[in-house]
Design a protein around this ligand. Structure first.
Ligand code: ATP
Length: 325
């Protein structure tokens, strides 16, 4: 059997702070296949971004990956030198961030910035790389790509800047694309266009995608499989249909209840009471128990393992058998 495109095994990433060591990611495992879209969902602070930065090799001091494996086509990225990792980034693995303005350089034209990425990783003349950058701008649906290549980032709208970021991220045909809240900063119609574009380009190139979002509507639209994170751990993993139809973790059920449904008029949406725990002062037992309507005494004492609910569907809950949506 050939290795999965990406295998993350028991990843631990923590930050040293004045108050103590923050265990942001505490033993996360998942896989992404070629051409597959895996969504990682969870409230703010659940560890989604730190997981993706760990994969990119971009966790900076005071953060550190302290244990685990991140295998891309079988090769453990955590064993690569900084120099080797730079060859992977932007090339084999790319990332699209929420706010393109913070990733684009304001003093260079967008065409130059895409060309630079291409030339960093491919043996191409300046002319060839320039042509490729215009071709990429065209592919992401930017009208008048040759002209726009000469624009500076501030001359473009938010949606156009995000298209430029996608063009840049895909210019070297990465095998894995990490999209961290790629559309949160955009208005709803542009969001839909950008998501469609990412989906379409990944299908054409068989790119694996990790989509990080707290928007379950986006998950339903885009994902093949879903990982739900809570307090730095995976609490549920399932294919997108099972997750929506037969959620097994009370936290997932809470997230789904906060999703507006079509043809349903409600005064206000349900949200999960309470907040994500402070990782420095985690409650004993199951980290979700203080907010969980199913919690019993055992939940305050025993930390649950992931268990199989059905084939390909895992849940980290002691009371999984009693939980129903
Ligand atoms: N530089 C840092 N120093 C200390 N703690 C950090 C740092 N970066 C992240 N953390 C902590 O790691 C935890 C996980 O953060 P992360 O950004 O991965 O969450 P997230 O699920 O992506 O949230 P969001 O949706 O808000 O981006 C948080 O408790 C956060 O406070």
């Amino acid at each position: 059997m050939t290795a999965k495109l990406l295998e993350v095994n028991n990843l631990h990433t923590s930050f040293k702070t004045e108050d103590g060591v923050v265990p942001s990611v505490g033993g996360v495992s998942f896989t992404v296949g070629r051409g597959e879209t895996l969504a990682i969902v969870g409230e703010s602070g659940s560890g989604k971004s730190v997981t993706s930065l760990s994969i990119m090799g971009l966790v900076g001091s005071p953060g550190k990956v302290t244990a685990g494996e991140i295998r891309l086509e079988g090769k453990d990225l955590l064993q690569l030198s900084k120099r080797e990792m730079r060859k992977y980034r932007g090339n084999v693995i790319s990332m699209i961030f929420q706010e393109p303005m913070s990733s684009l350089n304001p003093v260079f034209t967008v065409g130059n910035q895409i060309r630079e990425v291409i030339q960093q990783h491919r043996r191409m003349s300046k002319q060839e790389a320039k042509a490729r950058s215009i071709e990429m701008l065209d592919r992401v649906g930017i009208p008048g790509a040759a002209k726009v290549a000469g624009y500076f980032p501030h001359q473009l709208s938010g949606g156009m800047r995000q298209r430029v970021m996608i063009a840049m991220a895909l210019a070297c045909q990465p095998k894995l694309l990490i999209a961290d809240e790629p559309t949160t900063a955009l208005d709803v119609t542009i969001q839909a266009q950008i998501l469609k574009l990412i989906g379409q380009l990944s299908k054409e190139e068989n790119t694996g995608i990790i989509l990080i979002t707290h928007d379950l509507g986006v998950v339903a639209e885009m994902a093949d499989r879903v990982v739900v994170m809570y307090a730095g751990e995976v609490v549920e993993e399932a294919n997108v249909f099972d997750l929506f139809e037969k959620p097994g973790h009370p936290y997932t059920i809470g997230l789904l209840a906060s999703l507006p449904k079509l043809n349903e008029q409600r005064e206000r949406l349900d949200s999960i009471p309470g907040t994500v725990p402070n990782l420095l002062r985690m409650p004993g037992g199951c980290p979700f128990h203080p907010r969980c309507p199913y919690a019993q005494e055992q939940c305050t004492k025993v930390h649950p393992d992931l268990r199989e609910k059905a084939s390909g569907h895992q849940v980290r809950c002691l009371r999984m058998e009693e939980v129903s949506p």
